[in-house]
Design a protein around this ligand. Structure first.
Ligand code: NAP
Length: 537
């Protein structure tokens, strides 16, 4: 790893933009800011390296399940990917290289934990307190990740386990799959992380127990190496690379039709998944246990060529009884009801290692507790009935705040990078507007509510809400689908990549008229921020 140039001191600095997080979204923002050269900025990163999810997830088998030629920045030169779906370490290196070559590293403050960010009305600045001092910024970009905070289930006795236990995204440094040779390993969960871990661990472990609460829908991934000639041809020919990206993007966009509930599209994807299951799992009892009881697409589909074959191995056991407890030497599963049948009764699995592949706290992000907007309102309070925004990026009451990978900003069928890039375009447009016109930007409540209601009503009839499942897309308290964008990636870009000052002007005009009205107290303060602040040089 190339040494990271030490950024200047943070404490007491004032910048145009503070970016929280140095993953794909934060670095993408920084690169675009750096190229534009119009704004001063810092990137605040609590980890000891850039890379976000690709720094955190080091489990054996970690790789992308979106083709890498698409899962990369469109604005960077073509990259030489070794495989169609690059391994995690290669993606991490891509991000490090991008940050280094684009000269953003000197702005990245590592090991800098953002403790709290407060909007200061008098200075029209965000005051950002970190573990390494305080800075102020005109705009705050939250790029802190939606799949960052491990969700560990509250299982009785977890602390009593005598072996090693860890979350999939906190794989112990230096622990290789080979080190698990001869071990008895429990993997709790059957999402994309578990599906990548299992084949690697099953190949060496004495025994693996996979605790499945819901079976995933699985489609073939069709991974393959990218040979030297092909890699070189694409790396040397940006136009050819662009064509490949466009083809991959268009092919992925077709996956959206099944999410809309179109019966023919749903039937097509379902039968492809069931064919995949039939072709890879010969045992009918195991096959039955692997047929999901919810509609395909409701949870994120797993793409894997080796998950089913790993489950069919003689040293792997699929456990469908509920996880009851952790005991010092393993886990207890099953029903403690005296009428339980043999198939559901209590049983203990002796284990040496437990991997919690149990997902992330996505819909109620912990970072929201530390962000205080106008009048001290906390972002988690503003989102008390689930995330809401305008344009998936700005939130009423939080001036000059931009949230990436937040409300209604993910796709179930295409690359996350497409969405991030559209959001970064929006942020850059807003920053240019602030530079040109001064003042501050607080989206009117009406605009946010209209946008959110549109999202809620479109999503209510889509598979994420109707498919009979829970998922990380869906707010656990209200049931609202708060993370997914209901349309295609193309539609997101068309709708949300361009900053439109008129939306904010509407608030400005209403505030001007209500400010003169004696009955206008609440309305006036609601839009006050759009009026505040003289133009800055
Ligand atoms: P996830 O999809 O949220 O899956 C969590 C799993 O843990 C689910 O199977 C869940 O069961 C299970 N679980 C949770 N609590 C449990 C309990 N008490 N007992 C038994 N099972 C329990 O998490 P993930 O696999 O880490 O993936 C999250 C997302 O990260 C993916 O959807 C994807 O977007 C991303 N990811 C991407 C890649 C890639 O290749 N690009 C790789 C890994 C992850 P239920 O389904 O019943 O809740």
């Amino acid at each position: 790893m190339t040494p990271h140039p030490a950024p200047g001191a943070l404490d007491g600095t004032d910048v145009d933009v503070a970016v929280v997080g140095a993953g794909f979204a934060g670095l993408g923002t920084a690169i675009r800011l750096q190229r534009e050269g119009a704004a001063s900025y810092v990137v605040l990163e609590r980890g000891d390296d850039v890379g976000g999810t690709w720094r955190d997830n080091t489990y054996p088998g970690v790789a992308c399940d979106i083709p890498s030629h698409l899962y990369s920045y469109s604005f960077r030169p073509p990259s030489r990917w070794s495989r169609r779906f690059a391994p995690g370490a290669e993606i991490l290196e891509y991000l490090r290289t991008s940050a280094r070559e684009e000269d953003v590293l000197a702005h990245v403050h590592l090991r800098t934990d953002v403790l709290d960010a407060r909007w200061d009305e008098s200075t029209e600045r965000w005051q950002v307190s970190t573990s390494r001092g305080t800075c102020t910024a005109r705009a705050l970009v939250l790029a802190a990740g939606r799949l960052h905070e491990p969700r560990l289930p509250d299982v009785a006795g977890s602390a009593s386990f005598a072996g090693r236990a860890f979350h999939s995204a906190r794989w112990p440094t230096g622990l290789r799959a080979g080190d698990l040779a001869g071990a008895r390993v429990g993997i709790v969960g059957t999402g994309a992380s578990a599906a990548q871990i299992l084949p690697e661990v099953a190949a060496v472990a004495r025994e693996v127990v996979v605790v499945q609460r819901s079976a995933p829908w699985v489609l073939p991934r069709e991974d393959r190496p990218v040979d030297e000639a092909e890699a070189a041809a694409l790396a040397d020919d940006p136009a050819a690379y662009e064509r490949v990206r466009a083809e991959l993007f268009a092919a992925a966009e077709e996956g959206h039709q099944a999410r809309t509930g179109d019966p023919a599209a749903v039937a097509g994807v379902r039968s492809a998944a069931l064919d995949h299951l039939r072709s890879q799992v010969p045992d009918p009892a195991l096959r039955r246990a692997l047929v999901p009881d919810y509609e395909i697409g409701c949870k994120r589909i797993v793409f894997s060529d080796d998950y089913y074959p790993a489950l069919a191995r003689p040293n792997v056991r699929l456990e469908t009884r509920p996880l009851r407890a952790v005991v010092p030497d393993g886990i207890v599963v099953g029903d403690d009801d005296p009428t339980a049948t043999e198939a559901t009764q209590l049983a203990t699995h002796g284990l040496d290692v437990i991997v919690w592949a149990t997902g992330f706290r996505s819909t109620r992000p912990p970072y929201a507790r530390g962000v205080h907007g106008r009048g001290g309102l906390r972002l988690d309070e503003a989102w008390s009935d689930g995330m809401r925004s305008f344009a998936s990026t700005v939130v009423h009451g939080f001036p000059n705040l931009f949230v990436l990978n937040g409300p209604h900003a993910t796709l179930g069928h295409n690359s996350a990078i497409v969405m991030i890039e559209a959001q970064v375009d929006y942020v850059l447009g807003a920053l240019a507007h602030l530079r040109a016109h001064g003042g501050t930007l607080d989206v009117p409540l009406e605009a946010q509510e209209a946008y959110t209601q549109e999202m809620d009503s479109r999503l209510a009839s889509m598979v994420w809400a109707t498919g009979g499942c829970t998922s990380w897309y869906r707010d656990e308290e209200t049931g609202r689908v708060t993370l997914v964008w209901p349309g295609t990636g193309t539609q997101f870009r068309e709708r949300n990549a361009r900053f439109d000052p008129a939306v904010f002007q509407a608030g400005l005009q209403r505030a001007a008229s209500t400010a003169t009205s004696p009955t206008s107290g609440r309305q006036g303060s609601r839009f006050h921020v759009a009026l505040s602040g003289a133009p800055r040089a």
